[in-house]
Design a protein around this ligand. Structure first.
Ligand SMILES: [Mn+2]
Length: 143
């Protein structure tokens, strides 16, 4: 299993390749706000663990194993953002909250959160009920 840091890299590399067709060390460094030398080090480790193939002058490609995990990591991130939005977390807090928790939940928990999101999204009235409770709680907190 990849570590949280490896997961961040695989996730970001997957996104870059989806969006641009390639992922350069400099792009990865920028996306993750880290030094390019850290990227090179991690990319070598990911190559060794067979998540990707890295050739210094030709760039890098994800292996089928890397692609499969990358896809799941992006799904997990998007699902958790959807979940945060659904439960009414302030928009400007969502990204950092997801980055903070995504590596620490089991896939079992992710699947159950998926069920919950589905439960709400399949019936708009359920979301309205939740919003009414939230409104009530916020009013109670103010008084
Ligand atoms: Mn993420």
């Amino acid at each position: 299993m990849p570590t949280p840091s490896m997961e961040d890299y695989i996730e970001q590399i997957y996104i870059l390749i989806e969006e641009k067709g390639y992922a350069r060390v400099s792009d990865i460094a920028e996306a993750l706000s880290v030094h390019p030398s850290s990227v090179t080090k991690m990319v070598q480790k990911l190559d060794k663990d067979e998540y990707l193939i890295y050739e210094k002058y030709r760039g890098l490609i994800l292996t089928p194993k890397g692609k499969k995990i990358g896809k799941r990591l992006v799904y997990r991130h998007e699902l958790l953002e959807q979940f945060m939005r659904l439960i009414g977390v302030d928009e400007e807090k969502i990204y950092n909250d997801v980055e903070g928790i995504e590596h620490h939940l089991s896939w079992n928990a992710i699947d159950r959160i998926g069920d919950l999101v589905q439960f709400f999204e399949s019936d708009e009235a359920r979301v309205d009920t939740l919003r009414a409770i939230q409104k009530q709680n916020e009013q109670d907190n103010e008084s």
